[in-house]
Design a binder for this molecule. Structure first.
Ligand SMILES: Nc1ncnc2c1ncn2[C@@H]1O[C@H](COP(=O)(O)OP(=O)(O)OP(=O)(O)O)[C@@H](O)[C@H]1O
Ligand SMILES: [Mg+2]
Length: 381
């Protein structure tokens, strides 16, 4: 089930463990991953199983006692909410700053157990995105405006600033990155990631390591394989990448479909490319309406004018008026440098760092990375 909460229980009293197992066996909302009896084994298990919530008995005995374990989970920066199970004789107060995100007093009913788990899980989803990578999706409702070129160079420019960056080729049918970077057909794609328990160690075999220093998750090699990518698998992959990297950049095709919406929903920032072209401007306005209806806050979208020095007779004030504000970023035309770099499969920001377009891209990278975060998924679903 897509929304099942994955629970790890730390409990050394067999009767209590049995009671919890019994309560959870008759419902679908919570998936009990395991019951651990030894507190010293819990940290590596959290790393491996990646539970959504951990429940710890405050009275846990052994080398690592219950509340000591709660403190260690917090100190290790595992970013998993913890519910402390306790008895009336030993009251524990909810204290998120010290790693106690919820308390459940024994005895409890199945209803109390499930609702407490759901409540704590939901709060953790809303509140804590601080440890996740900044996710920037490069999007435009109009084709050929420079998304792929800019997404690649932006990822490299951000990577050059010492930030661990992954680029996802979200153009699933035509996999533009494969062509741009001259990646062999047999190179693995996001379809080669396991769909069930995806782990950090799986990434090494699948990601393409570009000489420019960034990692790239490629699109499938054939058009018809794009249909095999499900939103659910994609969300799991994004969630893992956002834990492992500091910045995730996504290149997208010019469509509004479930997969693209999954990228846009999850993003902190939608970097929307617009050019001085009347049809591109019109599509951008139509898209702004759609984003409003979806419920994205205006701050989630940042406009980048590509080829900003080629106005084609359109007054920049007209563009700002159409967008409802001045665009946040500008990148000039790169002419022959861009064509040559693209044809050689190298980023222009490295081929000629002093060119105007490279400087524009580097500045944009700094502006984006410094920009305020918007909570992922804000306003939708
Ligand atoms: N700032 C620029 N200066 C010069 N050429 C550019 C610039 N931006 C993009 N191009 C060129 O425009 C063409 C289209 O770019 P690109 O493929 O990146 O766009 P796209 O939006 O990803 O297109 P598609 O709809 O096919 O996915 C490429 O030939 C690229 O070299
Ligand atoms: Mg493209």
């Amino acid at each position: 089930m897509a929304d099942q909460i994955r629970l790890l229980v730390v409990e050394d009293v067999p009767q209590v463990a049995q009671y919890i197992r019994g309560l959870l066996s008759s419902q679908q909302a919570i998936k009990l991953l395991d019951v651990v009896t030894d507190g010293s084994k819990v940290l590596p298990m959290i790393g491996e199983l990646r539970p959504d919530v951990v429940m710890v008995d405050a009275l846990l005995q052994g080398r690592v006692k219950g509340l000591t374990l709660v403190g260690r989970i917090q100190e290790a920066g595992m970013h998993v909410p913890v519910i402390v199970l306790t008895v009336p004789q030993q009251p524990v107060v909810v204290d998120p700053a010290n790693g106690v995100h919820g308390v459940l007093g024994m005895p409890f009913t199945g209803y109390e157990l499930v609702t407490r788990l759901q409540q704590v899980h939901q709060q953790s989803q809303v509140q804590d995105t601080s440890h996740l990578a900044r996710m920037i999706t490069v999007f435009a409702p109009k084709g050929g405006v420079g998304r792929t070129t800019l997404a690649f160079n932006l990822a490299v420019a951000i990577g050059q600033q010492g930030t661990r960056t992954v680029l996802i080729d979200g153009s699933l049918q035509f996999g533009d990155m494969r062509a741009l970077l001259k990646v062999p057909m047999e190179a693995p794609s996001l379809l080669d990631l396991p769909t069930d328990r995806i782990q950090e160690s799986d990434l090494a075999d699948v990601l393409w390591r570009d000489p420019s220093g960034i990692d790239i998750l490629l699109a499938p090699p054939r058009v018809e394989m794009a249909e095999m990518v499900t939103v659910r698998d994609l969300e799991k992959t994004l969630s893992l990448l956002r834990r492992v990297y500091e910045v995730v950049i996504v290149d997208t095709p010019a469509v509004v479909n479930d997969v693209n919406l999954a990228f846009l929903d999850a993003s902190d920032t939608i970097l929307e490319i617009v050019t001085f072209d009347s049809t591109a401007i019109h599509s951008t306005m139509v898209m702004a309406d759609a984003f409003r209806m979806i419920g994205y806050p205006p701050t989630k979208v940042r406009y980048l004018v590509n080829r900003a020095d080629s106005t084609g007779g359109i007054d920049p004030a007209v563009l700002s008026q159409a967008l409802g504000r001045a665009p946040e970023h500008h990148v000039s035309s790169g002419g022959a440098l861009v064509v040559r770099a693209n044809n050689e499969g190298i980023p222009f920001v490295l081929a000629d760092p002093s060119a105007q377009i490279s400087q524009d891209l580097t500045r944009t990278a700094s502006e984006l990375i410094g920009a305020a975060r918007v909570p992922a998924g804000a306003g939708r679903r």
